[in-house]
Every structure is written in C-alpha cells, then in structure tokens.
Write a protein that binds this ligand. Structure first.
Ligand code: ZN
Length: 432
C-alpha cells in the first residue's frame, strides 16, 4: 500500500475515534450521555496512534497524566480488552477535563471494534463497540495477467478480497498453478462504508471465475451457524480434498513480507505431483485425517503420510521440516499447516512431492471430487433459488467495475437491485 494512502486511512481512523470520544453526533452510539455542546470546550483531547514500544504507562508519563487513573482504567478494562494488548499502529484518543483527569479513553482494537473506557460518576466503565458500518453491494471484475492478487489489486482491501475468492474456490481451483492469462472473474460483494466512504469489503455474495474456459460459480447462502457457498443447484462447494496442498492464502501471507509471490510450477514426472516452490513454503493437508507417518523415508526425505476416510492416503515428501506439533497419530483438519517445502531425500531442488493413494494404488488426486459439505436443505431450497435468481440478474444486468480502480468503490449497485437482493436474502434468515 502506498505510504500516503496508509497515512490517509490512519487519519480517517483517528478522526473517527476522536469523534467517538467527543460525543459528536457523527455516530449516535453515545447520545444518551452526550453533554450539552457548551460543555465540550473545557475538554481537551489527545489523538494519536500507538507506536512501537508504547505502553499506556509511557503515554501517561509523556502527557503528565495521573497513574491512579491508569490503574483504575486497567482494572475496568481487564475483562473487556486488557490494556497490555495495545498494538502498534492502532489509533487512540484520550479526553481530559480541565484538571487533566481522564474523561475517556478510546482505542481502535481492530477494523470492526472500538474499546471505550469512560469515567461515569467517578468510576471507569469499559465497553466494546462495533463500528457501525453501512453495507452496500459492489460489483467488481478483473482479468488474470499473471496472478489473482495483481488482478484484484495489491492494496490491503483488494488483497483480502482476492484471498476470499481463493478460499471460496479452493476445492476446485489451485490459484497457484491453475490460472491462465485471460482468465476472468466477476464478484458481487458487500462493501462496508462509514460516513459515505468505502472502508473495506464484507462478505462475497457471489463469484464467477472462468478458468481455462471453464466457469466456476459460487453463491453465498446463510443458514444455520455458518455461511456456506454453493453452486447454482445448491450443492456445497466443499469437497473431501482441496485442489492443492500449497494454499494460496498461506503462501500469500508467508511471502508478503518479502513482497514476493512465487510462481509455482507443477510437474508430473511419475505417479505423484511435484510443485517447485521455495524452501520454507507452507504445506497444508488437503483433507481431514490422521497422520500415520511423520519422519524420514528413503528418497522421500522428510515425509508426512495422512490417512483419510474411504481408504485415501496423501503423501507430502522432501519437506525441510514439520510444522509445530505434527507427529504420528495426530488428527488434522483440512487446510491445517503440516510442514514446509524443502529438498530432503532424493531431490535436485526444493519442491513438494505430493501423491494420493487409494489402498496401495496411486491415483490422480484431481479426479477425486467427493463433495463433503451438505447441500442446501430442502426446506430452504425455495429461498436459495430466489436469492440466486437475484444474484444471476445482477450478473446479467449490472456493470462490473475493474477491481483495481479505486473509483470503482463509489459505484455500488443500483437501489432497485439492492432492494430485491435484500428482500430475497431476508427471507432466508430467521426473524429476530
Ligand atoms: Zn515427486
């Protein structure tokens, strides 16, 4: 992210937090305690961000504030959000009365939550507040030139949107090796806004990805405890095995520090699949199972074997090391980190040797497509159809803006389409 952009976003956040502390009518969360406007001038406020090495104690020392207040605030916040956990880069605001007593302390815990400690009748009270975003619906699209992240945009919010897309389709598309120049995607997603400004993306409602001339579509449908994605017929996209043992999300975050996204190559010189990848690239299990081997084995070098349901086994060879806590007999969940790419055993360079067997026989993992998730329940099918029909209409009629253009976030869906979507999705949620 460009530096001045980051500073700009930070500035917005500082202003937001400051407005929380000063009881401005910007957000009506605190109107029950809003003092008359003429009382405000006697308060002063400190608006800043936590810096590396800052503690609340050092901040208090810097501003000559009372340590009694600090201790009282700490104990008030202890069970809500310990003040030891202040993180560099987060915005905070302190409001003081004319005698430098703390009136309130406000701190941005994360993108969704604000901590507020307030003096109420000479005692501190701590509470967490959700940042009250307004949800709009955005349509974004792109074309793959080299990888998903460069197509969606490297700026933080776009980057997170790209990872969401990769997660939704992780059972069908290996975003490290399957993408082709000219692949296209269209996304219908929530955009979260504050005071009319785009802040971040929310949930993806639908995505369509054309990979190598094959279309993959996913529709969000929320029922029960967690949101799931389905194809147009209501089948779950979840399968027993992920498309690849090298997770796009893990690799992206692993290499983001060096600003380097390795282009992985895939080879099939034998009954397994080889992924060339830098030493240290995280390897994850493609499915739920139990580790039946974790050690050295001849040409495989450091090897992990995982047994899955229905007699399937997966092999991960030439690892440089195992992940923490990995040992024989351990149960693992799909996507868990198990080790790191290396060149142990008979390997000319760092790569992951991956193979799948059923019984003793090696099989092609790309042919195995057991759906593992439940389909949309029959009782909910009418609602699901109604909702996907609306999303289909949006796909057919809406303009999809280039994901990489900042401007695109100004253009949300036209109100009638949005109203229609809201009506159809409301039907599927339990009335509160
Ligand atoms: Zn191999």
């Amino acid at each position: 992210m460009p530096k001045n952009k980051k500073i700009f976003l930070l500035a917005i956040f500082v202003v937001l937090i400051a407005s929380f502390s000063l009881h401005q009518p910007l957000i009506n969360l605190f109107k029950d305690k809003t003092p008359p406007a003429e009382q405000i001038p006697s308060f002063k406020s400190i608006n800043s961000t936590i810096e590396q090495g800052d503690t609340l104690f050092s901040i208090f020392l810097d501003h000559g504030l009372r340590t009694e207040d600090l201790f009282a605030m700490k104990s008030a916040a202890a069970s809500i959000h310990p003040l030891k956990a202040l993180r560099p880069g987060k915005a905070y605001s302190i409001v003081l009365d004319e005698q430098n007593f703390i009136n309130s302390f406000t701190y941005g815990i994360d993108d969704d939550t604000i901590l507020k400690i307030e003096r109420v009748e000479n005692q501190f009270q701590a509470r967490k507040y959700d940042i009250p975003y307004e949800t709009r619906i955005l349509t974004v699209s792109g074309t793959i030139e080299d990888n998903l992240i460069s197509a969606v945009g490297t700026e933080r919010e776009n980057y997170l949107l790209a990872l969401q897309v990769a997660d939704i389709l992780a059972w069908d598309i290996d975003f490290n090796t399957d993408l082709r120049t000219g692949d296209t995607f269209r996304i219908i997603t929530e955009g979260l806004y504050l005071n009319g400004d785009f802040k971040k993306y929310g949930k993806i409602l639908a995505v369509e990805f054309i990979n190598n001339n094959q279309a993959y579509r996913a529709f969000l449908f929320e029922h029960g405890d967690k949101p799931n994605y389905y194809d147009a017929a209501g089948n779950s996209l979840r399968k027993a095995f992920l498309k690849a043992p090298l997770s796009f999300r893990r690799i992206s975050s692993h290499f983001s520090k060096s600003r380097f996204h390795p282009v992985l190559k895939i080879y099939r010189p034998h009954h397994g699949i080889d992924y060339t990848a830098p030493t240290g690239t995280p390897v994850s299990t493609v499915g739920d199972g139990k580790i039946t081997f974790a050690g050295r084995k001849g040409a495989y070098g450091k090897l992990i074997i995982i047994s899955h349901r229905n007699g399937y086994q997966t092999y991960y060879g030439h690892l440089s090391r195992f992940a923490k806590g990995i040992h024989m007999g351990k149960n693992v969940k799909q996507g868990d980190l198990i080790g790191y790419v290396g060149a142990t055993g008979l390997a000319t360079g760092p790569h992951l040797h991956y193979e799948m067997r059923q019984g003793k026989a090696p099989i092609n993992p790309f042919r195995v497509k057991n759906v593992a998730g439940e389909p949309v329940p029959k009782t909910q099918m009418a609602e699901f159809k109604k909702q996907t029909l609306t999303l289909d209409k949006i796909f057919a009629a809406a303009i999809f803006y280039d994901a990489r253009q900042e401007e695109s976030k100004k253009y949300c869906l036209n109100p009638e389409m949005l109203a229609e979507y809201r009506n159809s999705s409301k039907a599927s949620k339990p009335q509160s």
